[in-house]
Structure formats: C-alpha cells, structure tokens
Design a binder for this molecule. Structure first.
Ligand SMILES: [Zn+2]
Length: 69
C-alpha cells in the first residue's frame, strides 16, 4: 500500500512520478493525506527543484495523489 504522486511541474513543464509506502491505520488514511499538505517542509520538482508547495492551492495544481495497492 502506498501513495503515487504524479507531478506536473509548472516551472519546467516536466511530468514525473514518485511512490511512497505508507502504513495504513484506517481505510481513510489516504483521504487524510490527500487533504493535508505540509507547506513547511518543501516538496520539490525532482527535475528542476522548483518548490511545489508554496501553498496548498499550488500543490494541488501541480501534484495529483492517488492510492496504490
Ligand atoms: Zn520542474
């Protein structure tokens, strides 16, 4: 079980994806994670290192989170 992040970087136009493994404590965990975007710890484009989460709105414009089995 994990999360897939599909990134469409506004700064360089690159499309990239990465995968994280999470410990699921409840069936709603992924919904919580998708709703809670940490804007203090920078999430960056792996190609150009542009910061993707200056705000929650910017994050959602550039990153799509989906749950994988
Ligand atoms: Zn980029």
């Amino acid at each position: 079980m994990g999360l897939n992040y599909a990134i469409d970087c506004r700064a360089c136009g690159a499309h990239s994806e990465y995968h994280t493994t999470i410990v699921v404590r409840s069936k709603n965990t992924h919904l919580h994670l998708a709703d809670h975007v940490d804007t203090e710890c920078a999430i960056r484009c792996p190609v150009c290192r542009a910061r993707l989460n200056n705000s929650v709105a910017e994050f959602h414009q550039q990153v799509t989170i989906s749950l994988s089995e």
